[in-house]
Design a protein around this ligand. Sequence first.
Ligand code: NAG
Ligand code: NAG
Ligand code: NAG
Ligand code: NAG
Length: 760
Amino acid sequence: MCKLNNNDCKLLWFIILVLLFDHLTSESESLEFACKPPRHSTYPFCNTSLTISVRAQSLISLLTLSEKLQRLTTNSSSIPRLGIPPYQWRNHALHGVAATTVASATSFPQVILTAASFNRTLWYLIGSAIGVEGRALYNAGLAGLTFWSPNVNVFRDPRWGRGQETPGEDPMVSSAYASEFVRGLQGGPHHHGLFVSACCKHFTAYDLDKWANFTKYNFNALVTQQDLEDTYLPPFRSCIQQGGASCLMCSFNQVNGVPACANEDLLGLARTKWGFQGYITSDCDAVATVYEYHKYAKSAEDAVADVLRAGVDINCGTYMLRHTQTAIKQGKVKEEELDRALFNLFSVQLRLGMFDGDPRKGQFGKLGPWNVCSTEHRTLALEAARQGIVLLKNENKILPLDRDFITSLAVIGPMATETKLGGDYSGIGCSSRSIYEELQEFTKGFLSISYASGCHDIACQSVEGFNEAIETAKEADYVIIVAGIDTTQEGEDLDRDSLVLPGEQMALISAIADASKRPVILVLTGGGPLDVLSADRNPLISSILWVGYPGEAGAKALAEIIFGLVNPAGRLPMTWYPESFTNVPMSDMNMRADPSRGYPGRTYRFYTGTRIYGFGHGLSYSAFSYKFLSSSPTKISLHKSLKAERLEGVDEVLVDDMQDCSKLRFGMQVSVMNLGDLDGRHVVMLFSRWPKVLQGSPTTQLVGFSSVHTVSYESIETSILVDPCQHLSLAHESGKRILPLGSYTFSVRDTHHTLSLQIY
Ligand SMILES: *[C@@H]1O[C@H](CO)[C@@H](O)[C@H](O)[C@H]1NC(C)=O
Ligand SMILES: *[C@@H]1O[C@H](CO)[C@@H](O)[C@H](O)[C@H]1NC(C)=O
Ligand SMILES: *[C@@H]1O[C@H](CO)[C@@H](O)[C@H](O)[C@H]1NC(C)=O
Ligand SMILES: *[C@@H]1O[C@H](CO)[C@@H](O)[C@H](O)[C@H]1NC(C)=O
């Protein structure tokens, strides 16, 4: 035994202690964080007893002008004398943490498919799971805490390459998604400061990357006040007001002649009217474009001055880094403007606890890499794909396949062996299996399965592989064709020119359908709508499923749906237009149809043309019937909520003339009956029509939705909350909201209910 009074032993202990200390310090040395003891923890900005605002001001007061200037880029450098490490503001987590430094993180379905679940709880939980993984990776020095998600631009044009990143075309659905996702991401139940930071992007009227002569860098979006009020602003308002987002990103494009990042009206609206608290970042290089592309500013310095004045706090890119000093020298920018920007930036970092010392000792310090790809999160990714996948067609109930009656299956198509099923801004998932691999695994022991790609790749420029695919299909009892698009066809800076399947894909589908023993099952991938009219009409194609980009567990969810373990319930969050829609200029931002110039309008609310599949379309293996319950109101009086004394003979009231609208909220009670043999989730979508058609009013409008679990041959009741001022009001041409009086028709599919809105 080693006794402590023995000198050799003392030496041994000393060595052990030194080694141990060395090990501990080197470990904390490797993790960079601000306010590190002992040297850098005594500044007032590190003192957690002080308010965020006092701490932020104190930090700003310690900085030299040149140090302040260094803060104006999202790849910000360190301030060694204050012990502040460099920080990368730009992190992505649209559908899972997408960090390049990380081996893997849970990869949820791309947002457009998650939106198709119409399940608010799911949206919240995904945000929350991503937040946990983000914080866990930050604690290990592997990610930042400021995520530039969600993308809540309305999916206005089916060609848009980034529509996949959004929750679809309906401003109400986008608003609901924004608020759930952001609350989940930023820390839902924690409530102390910010768990991680979410960013509402891209503010606003951005949804064109490249079309004809236009790119997102030079595009001037001409938007009416009416469209602004009821399409382009609501998702952002909700993201900020209901979600409490701590970041807003201004977009590249101009809105009515003013670049979004130099748009004082827009950014001011968010800060003052919506009460936005957080930092405003430019999209990457969207300060440079103010001068270089839009020629809105006369010089680089003017561009910097313009965006700072409008309310931008930080620039993704180096433009402000390079030009702000000269702008100050030229008297175009005042140091106080930098202080304001820094205040917003530091406040968010302080709320995130980034100046509270070692993150592993902070309130979220217990989270670490073991919280990434946890069983819980991976199950949620699977659940999201199960809930999102949409059954578009199912003639003669070919699906679900009955495993007891099938002996062989052929899988055809180039997408079937793809293992990256995440879409734009994907990280590396915890696991990844292609649709073919998953079907092999799933059917092991009960049927034989074969594969042929048919086309070399998604672009499918050649018919060389057709014969092999046809032969493979001929042999099988059932055939599943996996076709569609991927990120080689749509994405950032990549809008489509066409809505039909690429290359020879449709020819392959038809050839396989012709050759197969039975009608085939078609699985479509990708985020953008497809004109698959001929497949929909083809009796040899019995079933069509849309899987979007279903994420790391998407292939499994698809297999479960095909074999009836899961009853599909996803509904399309966007209209599927015919190819002829590509004649409409993508640059036309008008939502409303204009017959005088042959303009068909956009989205289910205004589009007057034919559609392949409508917004909200989605089948189940069950049928459903609905009943409005007698407890649903048939009459609502606005009298007590009107500011004006007495209004006689009016047809409508201004929402601004109402007070305390929340008092008028009511629940629409609907009973849903599952008329099938399978239990399953079902989405009840409540639409309304207005008493009369006013100038520019939508034909119909989703006012609420509810996701319910239904049991075979049983009914269940659900209540959908309606806030008249929010859900029944219309944007007037002036941009003001009006609430028409009279009789509204509510419907859930073919079941109707009328409600009268009146003053007395
Ligand atoms: C932190 O601020 C509180 C409140 O002003 C003060 O009482 C305390 O002494 C400060 N702590 C340090 C370490 O400076
Ligand atoms: C961020 O800045 C550092 C140091 O200036 C540089 O080495 C690095 O490449 C930059 N990263 C990005 C993404 O711009
Ligand atoms: C694109 O630019 C060309 C040449 O400047 C012009 O002739 C054409 O009209 C433009 N097209 C559109 C759609 O604006
Ligand atoms: C909505 O999603 C959550 C999370 O996956 C799930 O627990 C819940 O059952 C879903 N709602 C319905 C009605 O299925």
